[in-house]
Design a protein around this ligand. Structure first.
Ligand code: NAP
Length: 247
């Protein structure tokens, strides 16, 4: 198994894509620490599923935008697992509105969760990786950050920001054998997309060349590859997994 004896942190993982990434990494031998905002029940059941795969799980309820809390989590993971080999910055939210109706709060909440959260975890975890001269970081971005989507100025900006963070950090840490990549996703079937109206969902399906949404499990396998030793010559890249939607 590619991740035997390794340890990963996955943010925002009680539900959806983060959960699927945790389970795929555990299936491939990795111990996993993850955090969530509110879904304590889902988080507890994820810990049990990871344990059933024979791996260790540690869970934390914290806001990724809170640097002090993030630093505390990373320290505790380092203490309990003795290493941090992989980081997935996955926690994310949408507050979709046209910019005229978008409040300052809508902007701040999305940027603080999606972009500052990724900065917080990268900053806290990179020290451990630099010392070990080994690591891989994957930032879960979106095609919304690549092409821009109407009604998502805050979200598109946050996801484009994650791409800039990816490219800059990749250059900073490459000499220490740490890779940093971004996965720009199209529409994936999770709670985030379940809330879309039927009309919007159908109009998106019509424009996706593969004519379907992706599944969290598919994303889990792609993410595991990008974090794995098979992908160690890939860094600073934005990989699109969107059914052909974006150019
Ligand atoms: P989801 O089903 O809504 O799950 C989001 C997860 O993030 C939840 O576990 C949530 O915790 C956690 N979270 C949210 N805010 C947080 C905060 N401030 N601190 C800590 N955890 C927080 O979303 P998803 O569809 O799996 O999306 C995962 C990532 O993929 C996001 O970054 C999203 O932007 C990106 N993405 C998704 C799609 C898609 O079509 N689904 C497309 C492109 C990119 P609770 O469960 O406790 O609320």
């Amino acid at each position: 198994m590619s991740f035997e004896g390794r340890a990963a942190i996955v943010t925002g993982a009680a539900r959806g894509i983060g959960r699927a990434i945790c389970l795929e990494l555990a299936r491939q031998g990795c111990n996993v620490a993850f955090n969530y905002a509110r879904s304590a029940g889902h988080a507890e059941s994820l810990s049990s599923e990871i344990a059933a795969l024979g791996r260790e799980a540690i869970r934390f309820q914290l806001d990724v935008a809170d640097y002090t809390a993030v630093e505390g989590m990373v320290k505790e993971v380092g203490r309990q697992f003795g290493r941090i080999d992989h980081l997935v910055n996955n926690a994310g939210i949408v507050r979709d509105k046209l910019i005229l109706r978008m409040s300052e709060g809508d902007w701040d909440e999305v940027l603080n969760t999606n972009l500052k959260g990724a900065f917080n975890f990268s900053k806290a975890a990179i020290a451990v990786m630099l010392k070990a001269r080994f690591g891989s970081i994957l930032n879960i971005s979106s095609i919304s950050g690549v092409v821009g989507m109407a009604g998502q100025a805050n979200y598109s900006a946050s996801k484009a920001g994650m791409i800039g963070l990816t490219k800059a950090l990749a250059k900073e840490v490459a000499s220490r054998n740490i890779t940093v990549n971004a996965l720009a996703l199209g529409l994936i079937a999770t709670d985030m997309t379940r809330s879309l109206s039927d009309d919007y969902r159908q109009s998106m399906l019509d424009t996706i060349p593969l004519k379907r949404f992706g599944t969290p499990e598919e994303v889990g396998r792609i993410a595991a590859f990008l974090l794995s030793d098979d992908a160690r010559y890939i860094t600073g890249q934005v990989i699109q997994a969107d059914g052909g939607l974006a150019p």
